[in-house]
Design a protein around this ligand. Structure first.
Ligand code: AMP
Ligand code: MG
Length: 398
C-alpha cells in the first residue's frame, strides 16, 4: 500500500500554482495577497488631534487657569488649516488637522468648553505633544504594509483601504469541478425508492473546496455509466478547470465507473495505507487536467479531501499555511486501529486537551462526522491506543 505522504505528494504535484488577479476590497476577504503592498501615504497623513478640545501652544498654559480667545473652529475634515496665533486657542475635534503654530491639544474636559468666537478657560497645563497623533506614527509613506502571502482578513482589508488601495492583487482561486457517481444516487429534495440514497458527496465536497479557498463547480451526479461520465466531464471541461474531483466508483466492485473511465486515460489508482479512504486515484486526464478520484463513502470522501486535496489547493493558491492547525491531546477512550494503515478518527476536542471520539471507524457514519470538530491520527503501526495517550489532532474549525 502507498504511504499517505506519497499520495499527498502526488496530488500536490498535480495541482499547479494559480495565477494572480486583481479584486476589489469588498471581494478580498479570505484571499491570499500575491504582491507586497506599499503605502503611498503616511498614516496618519498629517498631525491631528487625538481628543475633542482646544489646539494650543503648551507655552501659553505656563500658569493655569488661563483664558484664551477662540478664533477658529476646526472640525474633522476642515482642509484650509487656519494657523494658530500665539495666545489663542482653536476649538478642535478628534481627527482634525493640528493647526500650524499649535503643539498640543487640551481635552474639552479640562476647560470650561468656551465656544468659537468667544474664549475658553483652560484649567490644566499640558506638555507639548499632548493629545497629538503624529503623521507617520502608524505607517511611513513608502513602507510595505502587507507582504505577499498574507491572508486577507478584516484588519488587513481595513489597512489596505486606509493606505488608499481600492483593490488588491491576489492569487486566483483554483477552479475545481466536482462530479459524483453512482446509479443509486437521487438529488436531495427528491423522494427515495428502496435502494436509493441522496447524493451527499457533491454538495459536501463543493463546500469543502470553497472552504479551502477554491471555486467549486458542482456538476449533476452521473450514474455508473462510463459514456455518460465521460460525456458529462468533457462538456464541463469546456470551461477552464484547475482540478477535477470525483467521488465513488474507485473500489473493487463490478461497476467502478471512475476507474473504468480513467484507468486508460492517465489516472493511477492505488491503495493508500489509511483508514478511511484506502482506494485513491490521481493523475492528469488525457494530459489536460488534474484529477483526484475520492472514494464514495462520505466519510472516506471528506477525510481524503482533508488529507490530500485541501492542502494541495491551498498551496496552489499561495496560502502560507496549507495544513490544518495541529495540536496534541489525550484521547478519552481506548481505541483499536488496523495494522499498517494510518487511521483518521473523528473527534471533539475539549479545552482541557482531551479528544473524545465521535462515531466509530465506519466510513459511512456521516452524522458523526458532522458532529466532529477535529480529526485525530492513529499512526499506521499502532493497533491499540489506551485512554489517556497523546494523539495528533487536526482542528477542523477555522
Ligand atoms: P463506491 O465507492 O461508489 O462503491 O461507493 C461507496 C459507498 O459510498 C456506497 O455505499 C455508495 O452508495 C456511497 N456513495 C457513493 N457516492 C455517494 C454520494 N455521492 N453521496 C452519498 N453516498 C455515496
Ligand atoms: Mg458507486
Amino acid at each position: 500500500m502507498r504511504p499517505v505522504e506519497e499520495h499527498a505528494a502526488a496530488v500536490a504535484a498535480l495541482i499547479r500554482a494559480t495565477g494572480t488577479e486583481t479584486v476589489a476590497l469588498a471581494r478580498a476577504r479570505g484571499r491570499v495577497l500575491a504582491a507586497d503592498l506599499a503605502s503611498p501615504v503616511s498614516l496618519p497623513p498629517f498631525d491631528n488631534s487625538a481628543m475633542d478640545g482646544y489646539a494650543v501652544r503648551a507655552a501659553d498654559l505656563a500658569s493655569t487657569p488661563v483664558t484664551l480667545p477662540v478664533p477658529e473652529d476646526v472640525p474633522a475634515g476642515r482642509v484650509d488649516g487656519p494657523p494658530l496665533a500665539p495666545g489663542t486657542a482653536h476649538r478642535i475635534m478628534t481627527g482634525a488637522a493640528l493647526p500650524d503654530g499649535a503643539d498640543a491639544v487640551v481635552q474639552v474636559e479640562w476647560t470650561d468648553g468656551g465656544l468659537p468666537g468667544d474664549a475658553v478657560r483652560v484649567d490644566r497645563h499640558v506638555e507639548a505633544g499632548q493629545s497629538v497623533r503624529r503623521a507617520g506614527d502608524d505607517v511611513v509613506a513608502g513602507q510595505v504594509v502587507l507582504t505577499a502571502g498574507t491572508v486577507l482578513g478584516p484588519a488587513q482589508i481595513g489597512l489596505a483601504a486606509a493606505v488608499g488601495a481600492p483593490e488588491l492583487t491576489v492569487h486566483r482561486r483554483p477552479r475545481v469541478l466536482v462530479l459524483s457517481t453512482g446509479s443509486e444516487l437521487v438529488a436531495p429534495g427528491q423522494p427515495l425508492r428502496h435502494g436509493q440514497i441522496h447524493e451527499s458527496n457533491g454538495p459536501m465536497l463543493a463546500a469543502a473546496v470553497e472552504d479551502a479557498g477554491g471555486e467549486a463547480r458542482l456538476l449533476r451526479f452521473v450514474p455508473d455509466d462510463v459514456d455518460e461520465f465521460l460525456t458529462t466531464l468533457e462538456a464541463a471541461l469546456a470551461e477552464p478547470t484547475d482540478l477535477v474531483v470525483t467521488s465513488g466508483g474507485v473500489s473493487a466492485g463490478a461497476y467502478e465507473v471512475v476507474k473504468d473511465a480513467f484507468a486508460t486515460r492517465g489516472i493511477t489508482f492505488t491503495k493508500v495505507a489509511m483508514q478511511p479512504g484506502m482506494p485513491q486515484g490521481a493523475g492528469r486526464y488525457a494530459d489536460r487536467v488534474a484529477v483526484v478520484t475520492l472514494p464514495g463513502n462520505p466519510v472516506s470522501s471528506l477525510v481524503s479531501f482533508e488529507v490530500f486535496v485541501r492542502p494541495a489547493l491551498r498551496r496552489a493558491a499561495g496560502h502560507p499555511h496549507p495544513d490544518r492547525a495541529r495540536v496534541w491531546a489525550r484521547v478519552a477512550e481506548d481505541l483499536r486501529s488496523p495494522d499498517g494503515r494510518r487511521q483518521f478518527r473523528r473527534g471533539r476536542l475539549d479545552l482541557d486537551g482531551t479528544v473524545t471520539p465521535v462515531g466509530g471507524a465506519g466510513s459511512h457514519l456521516l452524522a458523526a462526522l458532522a458532529h466532529a470538530d477535529c480529526l485525530f491520527v492513529v499512526p499506521a503501526e499502532v493497533t491499540e491506543v489506551a485512554a489517556g495517550s497523546e494523539v495528533e489532532v487536526w482542528l477542523l474549525d477555522g
